[in-house]
Design a protein. Structure first.
Length: 63
C-alpha cells in the first residue's frame, strides 16, 4: 500500500505508528496511515486485519 521510499513500516511491526498519514479527520478524531492503520486521537488503533489495539495513556495524561 505504501509508495514512500523507503517504505513505511508494515502494520504488524513495532514501528507501525511512524507511517505517513494519508487521510486526516481531526474533527472526527482519527487518521488513516499509509500502512492501513486507523489511528484514533485517544491512541487506540484499528489494524488492517480488523484487530484492535487498545488506547494507552501515560501517567501524566490524567493530570
Amino acid at each position: 500500500m505504501c509508495l514512500h521510499q523507503p517504505p513505511c513500516p508494515a502494520a504488524d511491526t513495532a514501528e507501525r505508528d511512524t507511517a505517513h498519514i494519508v487521510a486526516s479527520h481531526p474533527e472526527q478524531g482519527w487518521s488513516l496511515l499509509c500502512n492501513g492503520i486507523v489511528r484514533f486521537d485517544d491512541t487506540g488503533e484499528l489494524l488492517p486485519d480488523g484487530r484492535i489495539v487498545a488506547p494507552f495513556r501515560t501517567a501524566g495524561a490524567a493530570a
